[in-house]
Design a protein around this ligand. Structure first.
Ligand SMILES: [Zn+2]
Ligand SMILES: [Zn+2]
Length: 137
């Protein structure tokens, strides 16, 4: 699980207060190899914990807020599916080129046997049979 940023570290640019002071850096994220490029920039550093509202906007479930108070902004989109409001990102159809089966989560690979069975012609019949049997009695 994500360790979370230290108390004196900015949740956006991941620099400590000391680093910011020493290098007089602003709040932003650079990326790239030969050419460093600014990919994100904020008007202010974010030292305090995320608020409920901010975590809401990031798609974090209320039950998982405590865990992600200090998860950096670049890690928030990649938190475990169980911590997200939308849950798993299951594919309706199989994607053989990425080796993902129908019903499997694109993000964490979690397989959903029911969806997989429903998307498989033979499995579908099996699930239907079980369903019918339950309905009968
Ligand atoms: Zn910052
Ligand atoms: Zn998942």
């Amino acid at each position: 699980m994500s360790a979370g940023m230290a108390e004196d570290t900015c949740l956006q640019c991941e620099q400590s207060r000391a680093e910011v002071k020493e290098n007089e850096t602003f709040c932003g994220i650079e990326d790239g190899y030969e050419h460093r490029e600014l990919v994100a920039e904020w008007p202010r550093h974010h030292w305090r914990d995320w608020s409920d509202r901010e975590l809401d906007q990031a798609g974090i479930k209320p039950e998982a807020r405590k865990k992600h108070r200090r998860t950096s902004i670049s890690s928030l989109p990649y938190v475990a599916c169980d911590d997200r409001i939308r849950g798993h990102n299951r594919l309706a159809k199989a994607s053989p080129e990425f080796d993902i089966k129908a019903g499997q989560c694109w993000d964490c690979g979690d397989a959903d046997p029911l969806t997989a069975a429903l998307n498989d012609p033979e499995g579908h019949a099996l699930v239907q049979a079980i369903h019918d049997r339950k309905a009968e009695g």
